[in-house]
Design a protein around this ligand. Structure first.
Ligand code: HEC
Ligand code: HEC
Length: 272
């Protein structure tokens, strides 16, 4: 009798303990997800800064402050408070930005302020590759995230010319910094860990790759091995991992320039 009681007591205790554990785990899940979302957003804004610096500063100014006669300020308070009302847009500001950038503008909504190059030439070019422009959808979404991130700065614009530092800033002339963004942009972060950047484990950890690559047999140099690994993953299959997991089309989709930048970034990862 006693033993049965003990077993029931232990069983009950076990059920309660499991339930408590589950509740604790479930309550931490939203926090973990929220952290993940914040990190993802930060990456997107960083990437958007790069898209902006390469494509938009000619007209909108080096600091998005606008250029008189050419293109409006995209970080000024009025843009955040009045613009949607002026154009009668019912959705969010971020969707407005995505929409304007995607299609561009044939004619200005403020011809007195922004004339463009003349009749027949759009005042703002079409950016989306769906309409023959140079940007993919993820790049347009990123640049929109970068622009709406100015909102908190616009609320307290201490110095109108100051560039509110985005969460990260990318020096477009630094191949390593651009390569790091490319590592995010091409989804390498989905499978490879780089300390401080990603934690995925489907593929080998990238920290130390530059050192390991230098001693792989059959390759001319560390660079040669890394480039081959990206363009033709099956050429050398890392021990403990399977062939056919890493996409085989990176050689086709990554531009020469991005490949050079990616390589520059990966070559800095000398320490395990
Ligand atoms: C050739 C010059 C030019 C370039 C390059 C350009 N824009 Fe524009 N953009 C304009 C002009 C002009 C307008 C204002 C049109 C109007 O008043 O209707 C504008 C409007 C906008 C607007 C809407 C602003 C508002 O007040 O409604 C956004 C957002 C925008 N541009 C984002 C971008 C982004 C992002 C890029 C780079 C991918 C870019 N633009 C590149 C000329 C340019
Ligand atoms: C879907 C998962 C996946 C993605 C995405 C992916 N990889 Fe890989 N990668 C792997 C796996 C698995 C291996 C190990 C098997 C092999 O050697 O092919 C690997 C191997 C490598 C290696 C060799 C590593 C070593 O230790 O020798 C390099 C370098 C590399 N990947 C770079 C990249 C880069 C750069 C990108 C983005 C452009 C990328 N990978 C995207 C899964 C992935």
């Amino acid at each position: 009798m006693k033993r049965i009681h003990l077993e029931i007591a232990l069983g009950t205790l076990f059920v309660i303990a499991s339930a408590v554990l589950l509740i604790i785990m479930a309550s931490e899940e939203p926090a973990r997800l929220a952290r993940f979302e914040v990190e993802q957003r930060a990456e997107q804004i960083e990437f958007g800064a790069l898209v902006f610096e390469t494509n938009c500063t000619n007209c909108h100014g080096s600091h998005a402050q606008g250029i008189p006669g050419k293109a409006p300020c995209l970080k000024c308070p009025e843009f955040f408070s009045d613009r949607l009302g002026e154009v009668g847009w019912g959705g969010s500001l971020e969707d407005y930005v995505v929409s304007v950038v995607t299609t561009g503008r044939q004619v200005s909504t403020r011809p007195a302020l922004y004339q463009g190059e003349g009749t027949g030439v759009p005042v703002m070019p079409t950016w989306s590759d769906q309409f023959g422009g140079p940007l993919r959808e993820d790049q347009i979404r990123a640049v929109a995230a970068f622009i709406v991130n100015f909102e908190s700065w616009a609320a307290e614009p201490e110095a109108p010319e100051a560039y509110p530092t985005p969460l990260f800033s990318v020096d477009v002339n630094d191949p390593i910094a651009v390569g790091r963004v490319a590592f995010v942009q091409y989804g390498c972060v989905g499978c490879h860990t780089v300390e401080g950047l990603s934690t995925a484990t489907t593929g080998p950890v990238m920290n130390g790759i530059a050192t390991r690559a230098a001693i792989r047999e059959g390759y001319e140099s560390a660079e040669d091995y890394i480039l081959t690994s990206i363009q033709n993953p099956g050429d050398y299959v890392v021990e403990g991992f399977n062939d056919g997991v890493m996409p085989i089309n990176f050689g086709e989709i990554i531009s020469e320039e991005d490949l050079t930048n990616l390589l520059a970034f990966l070559m800095t990862l000398t320490e395990e």
